[in-house]
Structure formats: C-alpha cells, structure tokens
Design a protein around this ligand. Structure first.
Ligand SMILES: NC(=O)c1ccc[n+]([C@@H]2O[C@H](COP(=O)([O-])OP(=O)(O)OC[C@H]3O[C@@H](n4cnc5c(N)ncnc54)[C@H](OP(=O)(O)O)[C@@H]3O)[C@@H](O)[C@H]2O)c1
Length: 300
C-alpha cells in the first residue's frame, strides 16, 4: 500500500511523537519500511513505536545534516509543528522555531545530502476565505510561509515537495486535548463543557485516512519530476456543524454529552465553513464519522 511502486525502504519522519507523526511511524513500520524518527533533544519517546530508529538532533543545521546523511532516507515526511489556535506573545518564538526555522534547516540539510523528496503538511486554515491564501491564524500564516520557503528549494535545488493540507483530524491515541477528546471527556465524566454557539461547520478526517493519503502521496512524490511543488487538500467524508457533531456523539455513544452552548464566544476569524480545496488525486477518505466515533468511544 505504501506509495505503491515507490520502492521506499527508509523514511525519515519529523514530528514523530505527534498525533499524525506517530500514526505514520507505526503504519510504515508495519509495512516493513525502516523509519527514522527525528526528535528534539527534549522530546519524550515514551509513546514512540520502539521499532523506530530515534535520531535526536541538537537544533543545529550541521547536526541535522549529519543525522540525515547517516540515516540516508529516500524521502522525508515533515510532520513537526507548533500548533496554537489563538496565539499569545510567547507563542511567536515557538511558532517560528517549529514551523519555519526547523523546516528550513531540514530542507537545507537534506539538499546537502542529495535527498530531495519531501512530504509536508499544511492546514485548511491557510484558506480562511475560499481558495486564495487567507490565514485564519498566525499558525496558518507560518505554515504558508514555510511553503513559500520550500518553493525556493524546489525551484533552485530541484526538490520535489508535496504538501497535504489537513482539516481537523481525530482518532485513537490523540494526546493533543482537542475538540473530540474534550467532548469524550465531558461525556465520560458528566462535566459540562463550555462551547461557542456551535454553528461552525467542521470537517473531520480520521487519522487512518491520513495514513492512507500519505501512502498515495508518497507514490506520487516518487514519480513527480524534480522541481515539482504540489499542494492538495485532504477531507473527511462528512462536514457537520459543531452542534451536529455533539448530537452524533450522543447518538452513537448512547449517552448525553453535557455542553453549555454559547458559554464561549466564537474565536476571532472562527472558520465557519471549511475550505474545499483540490483533493489529493487517487485518494478518498474511507472512515465515516459514525464508524470513527463508535470505535473511539468503544476503546476509550
Ligand atoms: N492533526 C491535525 O488536525 C492537523 C490539522 C491541520 C494541519 N496539521 C499539520 O499536520 C502536521 C502534524 O500535526 P500533528 O497534529 O501531528 O501535530 P502535534 O500532535 O502537535 O505534534 C507536533 C510534533 O512536532 C514536534 N515539534 C514541536 N515543536 C518542534 C520544534 N521546534 N522542532 C522540532 N519538532 C517540533 C513535536 O515534538 P515534541 O515531542 O518534541 O514536542 C511533535 O512531535 C503538522 O504539520 C500540522 O501543522 C495537523
């Protein structure tokens, strides 16, 4: 399944301890691919699949170069990020460091090793207002800025870069504390969760569908000519309002989810309708919301 026909045997993954990265690590290892997990010095590897090769970097470009050269992957999957919905002043350094500096160092180190295939992740929040670039948040702006930097590496150094722009994702082993986790906790504990009025529409993509998309994207990256730069949207099968999502969890879980509608205001630039961008060719999501939620509730 992995990048069919791509022949990838060794992949380097950044953000390997994160929600997306850890699912990819497991999936590739299960497929017999060697995975190098590029971790920060301070990253905890407690939840990382023990079959992965841990490569700890010290934050310098030269160290990234040395590690990349030694591991010698055929491609790099760049899933590291600092995410924040509404940023505070002390998020700025973290956003720039994770979403711009680290990625740029990585591309440069890769180029020096002659490794030029990258799978990158963006966010549907880069399109607050339709197809044009319109960042919903500063986080989304940094994701766009990295794509712009990556354009240099594609055009000047012949990188092949494919960016998958994700909507909200969900699934097992999600330690990010985002919406679905908060709703399931409220359901389990019977403690009311403060929410906005709930009319915003949300597209939810199951983490296993992210893995299947990455497999398709790797196959594509393999055959793309050097210097190719592409970006595609991923989408889950259903887009529902937040109110419908809570009703859905109640229905499939057979128990009320206590929420206080309107106890919080909408965020500034709350995304009320998710972007419907060009879908990754040859891929579609498989896991419907009922199935994904049922499995999540059953295993909670
Ligand atoms: N999941 C979603 O719903 C969603 C939606 C839109 C876009 N995306 C994009 O998808 C990708 C994966 O997201 P995710 O949800 O898996 O993120 P996540 O769960 O928050 O994981 C972030 C990862 O990045 C690493 N990281 C943080 N700061 C770093 C830095 N300065 N240098 C190097 N690594 C750093 C973290 O490692 P530590 O263990 O060291 O903290 C962790 O492994 C990202 O590009 C994100 O922007 C995700």
């Amino acid at each position: 399944m992995v990048g069919e026909g791509s022949g990838f045997r060794r992949l380097l993954i950044t953000g390997a301890t994160g929600f997306v990265g850890s699912r990819l690590v497991r999936g590739f290892l299960d497929s017999g691919i060697s995975v190098g997990a590029l971790l920060r010095a301070e990253s905890s590897a407690d939840h990382l699949d023990p079959r992965a090769t841990i490569l700890r970097h010290d934050g310098t470009t030269s160290d990234l170069h040395a590690l990349t050269q030694t591991f010698a992957p055929e491609a790099v999957i760049h899933a590291a990020t600092h995410f924040v919905g509404a940023h505070r002043p002390d998020d700025i350094v973290r956003l720039i460091r994770a979403n711009l500096l680290f990625g740029t160092q990585l591309l440069d180190a890769m180029g020096r090793c002659g490794i030029r295939k990258v799978l990158n992740f963006g966010t549907s929040w880069q399109h607050f207002d339709g197809d044009r670039y319109s960042p919903a948040t500063l986080y989304a702006a940094t994701k766009q800025a990295f794509e712009d930097i990556a354009a240099y590496y594609a055009e000047a150094e012949g990188f092949s870069i494919l960016t998958l722009k994700l909507p909200d994702t969900y699934g097992p082993a999600d330690r990010r504390g985002k919406l679905i986790s908060a709703l399931l906790r409220a359901r389990a504990e019977g403690k009311s969760l403060d929410l906005s009025p709930g009319e915003q529409r949300i597209n939810l993509l199951h983490i296993d569908d992210v893995f299947s998309a990455v497999c398709v994207a790797l196959g594509r990256a393999c055959t793309n000519p050097t210097g190719t730069r592409e970006a595609f949207a991923l989408r889950g099968p259903e887009t529902v309002s937040l109110r419908e999502l809570v009703a859905r969890i109640q229905r499939v879980g057979g128990r009320p989810v206590p929420v206080a509608w309107g106890a919080r205001p909408y965020r500034s630039r709350e995304v009320m309708r998710p972007w419907v961008g060009p879908l990754l060719p040859g891929w579609s999501a498989d896991i419907g919301l009922d199935r994904g939620l049922t499995e999540l509730i059953d295993t909670a």
